[in-house]
Design a protein around this ligand. Structure first.
Ligand SMILES: [Zn+2]
Length: 617
């Protein structure tokens, strides 16, 4: 595709067979399914939300279900909660939380009180521990059966601290995420009942039918499709005959439902191709509102780029909503703070929307594999942002020659330090926010970059697209991802997964010597780091011609796909060996440089030993 960087030209032709396997493997893993029917009313004086929830639970698992588990996220916003304690004991807490929860007064905290629960009109016993609730079912749900759980609840919307709450720092009245009793996911690994400490989400696929009653001068933005736009419309001020309005939304298959409400929201719409709509909700009477007016055509173009890189967006609309405390992704919508220059507004909008592909549609368990969401999102974001800059969509910002160079540089400042923890660490259990952040975002992004380096440009992108296409709506795990990449490259990649995800071992290769061997050239290399990788190495001659060589790693059982580039494929480097040497029919006296990984893609921690330069004559 036209936005791929091209490498320097080559002198020796070498034919490489294309190695694209077919992707016939079907991935029919069972999923439980639910439907939420909710009717709620928010009192904007007391900030109390009262409502009912009917949950239909479809047991598509092979197991009989005796209990259901729920998240009651709002209970996290109370002094002494797990989120509060975790934040106060982390050495580098999120500044948005810090000690704030410990200081909340009773009318500022969040809570979710369960008033009654029943199954087929029979009351059920329930047990609440912090943000997790267990329900004992009266009648078990057998495989293939379903049941309906009816619940009455009352919640207090906390002052805005993290993601959810009332009156964020830009004055948005209600940022309503994690606001309803939400069924935990049950999958082939069992129930996932992680207490909420401000990190990740994982939930079953669901349909939502939500009615929200609120004072009639509010505008509501939400996940899903509004069913009564004639009565409920943000841009026509209520004639105020009715004190309240009830907004009705339904969703296609999603795994969460977010909404936000404010009296000052403007609602802009932008019609894209295929009759899809982008919505923008923001406050008009603020200094930054002009940047929101510039956003729609940029996001329209961003969608084209994302769909070409990853795959189609399946819903009919997406909403960018001013709210929350930075940027947070939800199905069909995002809450982002709005006080930003254009480059920052586009950056956060692209990042959060990209989560639609990696979290909202693939929906891996991000508590266990946060890098599969944040890392992959961040990686494609760099591609999309660079393309938008190159095409001039963001005036005043220049494209980078390598959009991933900064990520690589960030990684090098932390990789191999004693604080680094392996990507296999549960997101909630990293010892520092920094280890979580660098691991999930940076090392996660570089997972894709390393695979692109190992597999080659074409199989990498077709692999990523096949991963999305085959695993959307299926909660893939790391093995599903790496297996897809294996099938698309005809390479063994299990070694890479084990090293990259399971360890903090680092990469460092060096050029030990380049010498004259009877007029030809002898090159000796060394693997200094414990992490084995294939090595791309270029010989650059005085006349500027370049000979590209590739040393596969034995564990790959094949070599990188260079498409129609001319590259000399050398014998594999056995991972047990620390040294490797090869002779090459290049006149040593005409050799000017030898350079490892000319595109600087490999996460080799030491750049200075990757070059050799001939003595000046
Ligand atoms: Zn993100």
């Amino acid at each position: 595709m036209h936005y791929f960087r091209t490498s320097i030209h080559l002198v020796i032709p070498f034919v490489i067979s294309m190695m694209c396997s077919n992707l016939s493997a079907q991935n029919d893993r069972w999923q439980i399914n639910v439907k939420y029917d909710m009717d709620v009313e928010l009192n904007d004086e007391t900030h109390l939300l009262k409502g009912s929830q009917d949950l239909i639970f479809y047991n598509n698992s092979p197991d009989t279900i005796y209990h259901l588990w729920y998240h009651l996220y709002l209970n996290a916003f109370q002094p002494g909660s797990d989120m509060d304690v975790r934040s106060r004991f982390l050495p580098d807490p999120d500044s948005r939380i810090g000690e704030k929860i410990s200081k909340l007064k009773s009318d500022e905290i969040g809570y979710q009180k369960i008033l009654a629960v029943s199954q087929s009109s029979k009351p059920l016993k329930f047990y609440i521990e912090g943000t997790i609730m267990k329900l004992d079912l009266e009648s078990p749900v057998f495989p293939g059966d379903s049941t309906v759980i009816q619940m009455q609840f009352e919640s207090q919307i906390p002052v805005q601290i993290r993601r959810t709450g009332r009156f964020n720092k830009e004055g948005i009245a209600y940022s309503m995420s994690q606001w309803y009793p939400k069924l935990c996911n049950y999958d082939e690994h069992g129930w996932h009942t992680d207490p909420y400490i401000a990190r990740e989400f994982y939930a079953p696929w669901a349909y939502f039918d939500v009615k929200i009653k609120l004072a009639s001068d509010y505008c509501i933005a939400a996940t899903g499709y509004l069913q009564n736009p004639k009565e409920c419309n943000c841009n026509t001020k209520s004639s105020n005959q009715n004190k309240y309005k009830t907004w009705h939304f339904i969703t296609p298959q999603v795994h969460d439902f977010v909404w936000a409400a404010d009296k000052e929201f403007v609602h802009d719409s932008f019609l894209m191709k295929d009759n899809r709509l982008l919505f923008f909700y923001y406050r008009k009477e603020q200094a930054y509102s002009p940047t929101w007016k510039l956003l729609p055509p940029v996001m329209d173009r961003a969608l084209d780029i994302i769909e070409e890189l990853v795959g189609p967006y399946p819903y009919d609309s997406y909403s960018f909503i001013q709210g929350g405390d930075g940027g947070m992704e939800y199905p069909m919508a995002t809450l982002i703070t709005g006080n930003r220059p254009l480059v920052s507004l586009v950056g956060v909008a692209v990042h959060e929307w990209l989560h639609s592909w990696f979290q909202m549609l693939l929906a891996s368990n991000e508590a266990l594999y946060p890098w599969m969401d944040e890392g992959f999102t961040a990686y494609v974001e760099e591609e999309v942002m660079n393309m938008l800059k190159r095409e001039g969509w963001i005036p005043g910002s220049e494209p980078a020659e390598d959009p991933h160079a900064e990520t690589l540089a960030n990684f090098k400042t932390f990789a191999g330090s004693p604080k680094e923890e392996p990507l296999s660490t549960h997101a909630d259990h990293f010892s520092t926010n920094r280890a979580y952040g660098v691991g999930s975002y940076v090392k996660g992004a570089l997972c894709l970059h390393q695979l692109r380096y190992i597999m080659g440009e074409k199989p990498f992108w077709t692999g990523l697209q096949a991963y999305f296409e085959n695993w959307k709506f299926k909660h893939p795990n790391p093995d599903d991802f790496f297996r897809t990449m294996e099938k698309n490259s005809n390479l063994e990649l299990d070694w890479f997964k084990q090293y990259w995800v399971g360890t903090t071992k680092t990469i460092d290769y060096s050029i030990s010597s380049v010498t004259n061997l009877n007029g030809q050239t002898l090159i000796e290399l060394e693997r200094i780091g414990l992490f084995p990788m294939p090595v791309d190495i270029a010989l650059i001659l005085e006349d500027s011609s370049v000979l590209m060589c590739h040393i596969p790693l034995d564990l790959m059982r094949g070599h990188k796909n260079f498409d129609n580039q001319h590259v000399l494929i050398l014998n594999p480097w056995h991972w047990v060996q620390t040294k490797y040497k090869f002779e090459i029919p290049v006149d040593f006296t005409k050799l000017k440089y030898v350079v490892m990984d000319t595109l600087r893609m490999m996460a080799d921690l030491k750049e200075e030993n990757d070059y050799w330069e001939a003595e000046p004559k």
